[in-house]
Write a protein that binds this ligand. Structure first.
Ligand code: RTP
Ligand code: MG
Length: 156
């Protein structure tokens, strides 16, 4: 699954603690559903510091990392795996720019938040990182294989 392309590309999307506390889980799930992407895994969980250090392994040396860690430990997150053609890049476009003040209206961040340190959602930034993150947040038995009846109406 590491270098796959096509309709079975997967991404890791997470509603961060502020998004859960603000009741935005349904809005964010709804946008991915409406777009036509397929939900493969979903759970509410309290992340541990160890898991977050692995997830953000490229950011642990950044000056903002302690604040990021405190933010991500502040409450439950909603972890999701979404599948579909181009879902990594399209998912990032749907989330909007990292800093919500630069996120276009119509994107999730551009519609629902203001500060980079409270930007309500996460999306994998490459297919390789998506597979790595899915492996960190989900066990194999938590990811379901199923065929939605909408598929023939979505893909040419
Ligand atoms: P994400 O991983 O959450 O989807 O966001 P991203 O790729 O757009 O941004 P990334 O560079 O991976 O940063 C991860 C999260 O760290 C927080 N952050 N704070 N200057 C700052 O204070 C700063 N920079 C990044 C944000 O919550 C960002 O989403
Ligand atoms: Mg990132």
């Amino acid at each position: 699954r590491v270098h796959m392309a096509g309709n079975d590309e997967r991404t890791y999307i997470m509603v961060k603690p502020d998004g859960v506390q603000r009741g935005l889980v349904g809005q964010i799930i709804g946008r991915f559903e409406q777009r036509g992407y397929q939900l493969k895994g979903l759970k509410l969980m309290q992340p541990t510091e160890a898991l977050l250090r692995q997830h953000y392994n490229e950011l642990v040396t950044k000056a903002f990392f302690p604040r990021l860690l405190e933010y991500m430990l502040s409450g439950p997150v909603c972890a999701m795996v979404w599948e579909g053609k181009g879902v990594v890049a399209t998912g990032r476009m749907m989330l909007g720019a990292t800093n919500p003040q630069a996120s276009a209206p119509g994107t999730i961040r551009g519609d629902y938040c203001i500060d980079v340190g409270k930007n309500i959602c996460h999306g994998s930034d490459s297919v390789e990182n998506a597979e790595r993150e899915i492996g960190l947040w989900f066990s194999a038995d938590e990811l379901l294989s199923w065929t939605p009846h909408s598929r023939p109406w979505l893909y040419e």
